[in-house]
Design a protein around this ligand. Structure first.
Ligand code: ATP
Ligand code: MN
Ligand code: MN
Length: 353
C-alpha cells in the first residue's frame, strides 16, 4: 500500500530563484514548496503525497480555494469518495511542487511519530481517484483474481535507496500511457478480462473493455498462445482511445498497448524479449519501447529523462516512463517486482485536473 501521509525528515532546504516568501524543501525524493523559514534540514514533518484527499476539517480549510473536490457519487447516489481537498502537482515561481508538508503537531495525540510512520488513517486522508470513465460500467463477475498481480507501479520518488542498490543494472524503458488498466487471462480453461480492480463479464459489451477484447479477438489469441507455449497466461495492457482519459493520443478507436505477459503456471513475468515475441505472435502492440538504460541516475535525473513527447502523439507531453529489468527481479523495499514509474511533471501540470 502506498503511504499517502507519513512522517519524514526534511533532507534539504533551498532557495527558489526570484522568490522571497517561499523556498523548496526536499522530502524523500520530492521537492515541495514551503513558506520561507518554516522548516530546516532535519526537521520532522508530516508529508502528504500528491493524490492525497484531505478531509474537510478546519486545519485544511486554507486549501479550499485551490484544491476543493466535491463528493463523487455513484448512479444510486451512494458516496464513492467524500468531498475534500486534493493535493496535486503545482508550479510556483517556476518551481514544481509535489505534495504538502505539515508540522507533526497536526497528528492527533497518541499516534506514533517515528520516521516513516504512516499517518494516512490518523489524518483521515484518502486516495483521490478520478471519476470512473463512462463505459466502465457493465456486469462484474467478481473481485480481481488472486492469480493475477495488480498493475501498480511505484513512484521513483520513494525509491532513492533502490536506485542506489541497482546502480549499473540495465533497465528497459517504456512510455507510460495514460489510459485505463486492462488484463486478460486464460486460466484453467477459463478466459476472462479485468479492469484495474475487478473481474468483468467479457460478454457484457456495455463495458468498453469487453468491446475491445472482442474486437481484438483476444480470447482466440490467448488460447492459441496457451497451446503454443504450454502454460496458462495473462496479458496486461493499457486501454487507450475515445472515452478514456479524454483520448489524449487522439486515436480513432479504443485499443490496447501491452506491458506485461505472465506465465500463470509459475506466476512469473516473461522476460522482456519473450514478452515482445509473444505479443507479436498474438498481433498485439506493446507500449512504446524507448530502449534501455544503464542505471546510474538520481531521482532528479530520472525525472528529467521522463520529460518528452508521446510516441503515440508528438503534440502532447507523455505521462512518463516505466523502468524494468529485462528479467523479473525483486527488491526488498518494493512490495512486488522491481519496476517503477517516473512521471513527467509537465504532464501532471497540464493534464492532472
Ligand atoms: P498511484 O497509486 O501512484 O496514483 P496508480 O495506482 O493510479 O498510481 P498509475 O499511476 O496509473 O497507477 O500507474 C500504474 C499503471 O500504469 C498500471 O496500472 C498500468 O495500467 C499503467 N501503465 C501505462 N503504461 C505502462 C507501462 N509502459 N508499463 C507499465 N504500466 C503502465
Ligand atoms: Mn495514478
Ligand atoms: Mn494510470
Amino acid at each position: 500500500m502506498r503511504k499517502l501521509a507519513s512522517v519524514q525528515a526534511v533532507n534539504a532546504v533551498e532557495p527558489i530563484p526570484g522568490a522571497d516568501a517561499i523556498e523548496k524543501a526536499r522530502v524523500l525524493g520530492w521537492w515541495v514548496v514551503v513558506k520561507k523559514g518554516e522548516y530546516r534540514p532535519g526537521d520532522r514533518v508530516v508529508y502528504c503525497e500528491i493524490d492525497s484527499l484531505l478531509p474537510e476539517r478546519p486545519e485544511f480549510e486554507f486549501l479550499r480555494a485551490s484544491s476543493f473536490k466535491p463528493a463523487q457519487l455513484d448512479a444510486d447516489g451512494a458516496t464513492v469518495l467524500p468531498a475534500g481537498f486534493r493535493i496535486k502537482t503545482a508550479r510556483l515561481r517556476g518551481q514544481v511542487s509535489q505534495g504538502i508538508c505539515f508540522p507533526p503537531s497536526i497528528v492527533p495525540p497518541g499516534v506514533p511519530l517515528e520516521e516513516g510512520a504512516d499517518v494516512t488513517e490518523a489524518l483521515g486522508i484518502l486516495k483521490w481517484e478520478p471519476p470512473l470513465p463512462v463505459g466502465m460500467g457493465g456486469q462484474v463477475k467478481g473481485p480481481f483474481p488472486g492469480f493475477l498481480p495488480k498493475t501498480d507501479e511505484t513512484r521513483v520518488q520513494v525509491l532513492e535507496p533502490v536506485l542506489e542498490r541497482h546502480r549499473g543494472k540495465v533497465f528497459h524503458l517504456t512510455e507510460k500511457l495514460d489510459g485505463t488498466s486492462f488484463s486478460a487471462f486464460v486460466h484453467r480453461g477459463e478466459f476472462g478480462i479485468c479492469s484495474r480492480n475487478l473481474h468483468m463479464d467479457e460478454a457484457d459489451e456495455s463495458n468498453v473493455l469487453a468491446r475491445v477484447a472482442r474486437g481484438l479477438r483476444l480470447e482466440e489469441r490467448l488460447r492459441e498462445s496457451r497451446d503454443r507455449l504450454g502454460f496458462d497466461l495473462a496479458v496486461q495492457a493499457e486501454a487507450i482511445g475515445p472515452g478514456i482519459q479524454k483520448n489524449k493520443y487522439a486515436l480513432p478507436a479504443v485499443t490496447l498497448r501491452a506491458f506485461s505477459v505472465l506465465n500463470l503456471d509459475t506466476g512469473r513475468l516473461l522476460d522482456h524479449g519473450d514478452m515482445l515475441d509473444a505479443l507479436g505472435r498474438m498481433g498485439l502492440d506493446p507500449v512504446p519501447q524507448l530502449g534501455t538504460l544503464t542505471l546510474d541516475h538520481t531521482v532528479d535525473a530520472l525525472v528529467a529523462l521522463a520529460e518528452g513527447y508521446s510516441a503515440l502523439n508528438p503534440k502532447i507531453q507523455r505521462e512518463g516512463v516505466v523502468l524494468r529489468p529485462p528479467s523479473e527481479e525483486y527488491d526488498e523495499t518494493l512490495v512486488g517486482r522491481l519496476s517503477f514509474k517516473v512521471i513527467n511533471p509537465k504532464f501532471l501540470l497540464k493534464f492532472d485536473e
